[in-house]
Design a protein around this ligand. Structure first.
Ligand code: CNA
Length: 415
């Protein structure tokens, strides 16, 4: 398993909150947890996890360019735009001009809310706001390995809800796949554990699931691998899978606070210097070391933030040259970007083809605008599967598993 491999091959990098990272930057003693068993956080890490709660309350304070100092008294003041305008269109222009051929996507839970999976921190709907039923002392406890060790039930019940299979990828996932399809995707780094990137057909080699996934499972104590399907079956039946070797609890290989990130994550050291566009989507950039990835592109490389709020370096003023953001609902901003690029109908076709081909049953509810769009696209094919009026799906050799990365031969965006 990657955690053990990374121990020997690379310096240990564990998942933590931004507060921990800041402490390191300030030169304070780093709590490495060295005396603890591998992959387990120290007590101070627990306290630092708590700080996430207050950070989640922080409101975006985006800088607003071009805002008039004061409006003349005889005229109503012009309304300042909610977000700095033009970012999305500027980036789209660069893409259309063929200036962005190595695109990196950094994604978080916000890309999957349109599929009906709550994120962590959105007030009201986020998981952290709705954890009463798990009877845990504080929200982050659900992803804390010490807490899991003493009581795995809260995480296992949440895992039951999050296991891949209950949700479908949405337009945003397919937009990322379309980047690949156009030969522009260098890699997508996701914090998500829902498997929707894979489900929409983004090939494994283009994907880094930085916080692990449900695709494998192992003992949380001795790391002995455990068959993923058996773990899933046990969890779905409300029982606790246990390790055949040491009898400790088995968990899906989702990275908890204080645990090592998968070795694939270290591809970032090659990828980020190569990127000529970074798109950051649906993340609060609160979890380290993932959050700092966005600072590792070369100076001046355009970074486009698509999110509901400004986050991370986009909160600072003045903004770095090459930083653009478009704030609002991701489903809408991504659709606008796709339309500006002329990719919208290609994406709809791709969604229709993939969803049609999928053997996984449809979810009962598709709550978002984008979920509705999937339903519409498929419904126009008739009973969600066939019928007149549907956009022609792209040809099967383009839409199936045999899709190849045409990064080396692509001459830039086709539209
Ligand atoms: P987060 O901290 O909850 O942040 C999500 C961000 O997305 C916030 O800034 C939201 O405002 C924004 N957002 C949510 N929905 C939308 C929308 N429709 N349009 C625009 N913006 C939106 O989640 P992060 O990903 O930053 O935190 C990392 C954690 C979350 C990872 O460790 C994941 O494992 C974990 N997580 C994953 C999932 C998943 O796999 N789908 C779900 C919940 C949590």
């Amino acid at each position: 398993m990657s955690r053990r491999v990374s121990q020997a091959a690379v310096p240990r990098v564990t998942r933590s909150s931004t507060s921990q990272a800041r402490q390191r930057q300030l030169g304070e003693p780093q709590d490495t947890g060295a005396a603890l068993p591998r992959g387990r956080p120290s007590d101070s890490a627990l306290a630092q996890d708590l700080s996430l709660m207050s950070m989640s309350e922080q409101k975006a304070t985006s800088s607003r360019r071009g805002r008039p100092a004061k409006a003349p008294a005889h005229r109503p003041p012009p309304r300042a735009p909610a977000t700095p305008r033009g970012g999305l269109h500027t980036v789209a222009r660069m893409m259309k001009a063929g200036r962005c051929r190595n695109v990196l996507v950094v994604a978080g839970a916000g890309i999957s809310t349109g599929s009906g999976i709550p994120d962590f921190r959105t007030p009201g709907t986020g998981l952290y706001a709705n954890l009463e039923k798990y009877n845990i002392p504080y929200p982050e406890a659900i992803f804390n390995i010490d807490f899991f060790s003493s009581d795995p039930r809260p995480f296992l019940s949440l895992a039951k809800e999050l296991y891949p299979g209950r949700h479908r990828p949405n337009y945003i996932h397919y937009f990322i796949r379309m980047l690949h399809h156009k030969g522009l995707l260098l890699r997508v780094y996701t914090q998500n554990i829902d498997g929707l990137e894979q489900m929409c057909g983004i090939p494994e080699e283009k994907l880094v699931e930085a916080h692990g996934s449900f695709a494998s499972a192992s003992c949380h104590l001795c790391y002995t691998p455990f068959p993923a399907q058996e773990a899933k079956k046990a969890i779905m039946n409300d029982s606790v899978p246990t390790c055949g070797f040491c009898q400790a609890t088995v968990k899906p290989d989702v990275v908890f606070f204080g645990e090592d990130l998968p070795q694939k994550y270290f591809l970032h050291s090659k990828d980020f210097p190569k990127a000529d566009l970074l798109i950051i989507m649906g993340t609060s950039l609160q979890i380290e070391p993932f959050a700092s990835l966005v600072d590792s592109v070369r100076p001046g490389v355009p970074r486009l933030l698509l999110n509901r709020d400004a986050v991370g370096p986009f909160l600072r003023a003045p903004r770095r040259r090459g930083d653009y953001m478009e704030l609002g609902d991701l489903g809408l901003t991504v659709r606008t970007l796709a339309q500006t690029l002329g990719w919208h109908s290609d994406i709809q076709g791709l969604m229709a083809a993939q969803e049609h081909a999928s053997a996984t049953p449809w979810p009962d509810t598709l709550p978002s605008v984008i979920g509705q769009e999937i339903a519409n696209v498929s419904a126009t094919r008739g009973t969600m599967e066939s019928g007149p009026g549907a956009p022609e799906p792209i040809s099967s050799e383009e839409s199936d598993e045999s899709e190849t990365d045409r990064g080396s031969t692509c001459s830039g965006p086709s539209n």
